[in-house]
Design a protein around this ligand. Sequence first.
Ligand SMILES: [Zn+2]
Length: 395
Amino acid sequence: MLAATTDASYDKRLLSAEECDHVAGLLALPLPPETDLIETKRSVFTFRPTEPMLSGRPEAVIRAIRILEDLPQDVVDAMAEFTSRIPQRYVGEIEEEIVRRDMSYSAPRAEKISQRWPRPAIYDEPSALPIGLIDVGVPKTISAGAAWWCREFFTLYQMLGVGRAPAFELRVLNAEPGRSILVRIIQIYCAVNHLDPDTLAAQVAHAADAGQKALKHLEGLAYQAKSTEPQTKSLDTINAEQRTVLREALKSPAGWLGLLAFMVSRSATDDELSAMLVADIATMDPRGQRWAVFAACHLATDPIGVAERLTGAEVGARSAAAEYLNKFGGKSEAVVALNRRFLDDEDLRVQLAAGYQGPADAVATVWTCWSCLHVNEIAAEECTNCARGSRPDAG
Ligand SMILES: [Zn+2]
């Protein structure tokens, strides 16, 4: 049975009727009981995993569903159960093949599957993703293969780390300016990483034709198919239009957009944008300043100089500058001296960002609550102004 599928996939020939039956038979094999309860010692029971009984079967099943000319819905649904029992690396391949054939698990199966994963926000949060991506290009007519395979969409989603974006940040994309910032920053990602925006738009439009569920399913596949996360490339130089987009993303309250902007500009030097950001930072919410500070430093010809200017800024910018220095500053004498200033900061937030690990009250006299921005005396373990904030832990 295995030999038949292997021969056929090597020869790229169609299966004979008999081989088709074999393959269908393989797919129809019952799964072993999930676990057996066995008694190892008197009154000591243990679950014996049945994984070894499935050994070799995922590979055979992947080959089989690729070879079968017609993939019946009941076989697809059987895969829902099967993929819950096999190592993660095979699941993506099986589900890609199902999507490639324009099929999906029927609703009750899909529901069962969704309980299997730690759910990232993309599944539940209504957000402009991915529907906004249709605006990234002009959806063009694409081959059936490109619509099925969605290479551009999967690559982009993995590069962006969409699955890791917190729900409240994704919500920012639902309204302007969040949505258009998203579209324009994705256009930069497409250009830098050589992904055709029109193909990407067409892939999302194709899925959108099948409704919201199909879009969510596509997102789910992109989230799960992350075996090798592609490394995003960076701009080397920044033109005026890109500067506007990056600046807006870095100013956005959605830290995720700021992170995307930082990542895609990390190889560039642009003192003009750096200076704009330093000015912007003064007007931003302290909790949203992190990536703007990182970018302002990183884009500058003299990052340490920018970080030094921010020693006089408010707590959000100071702690972000301290963190930047700690992560990217290196070990030069100037950096060590500047780091010492951050370690001597009166606010525990800044000290911790600079790498401080001692007792909370050794130097710091206050700590800022990130929930309500109230400045608390260092002795206070809970925020005296709100019910959510508590003193950060040193070390
Ligand atoms: Zn508070």
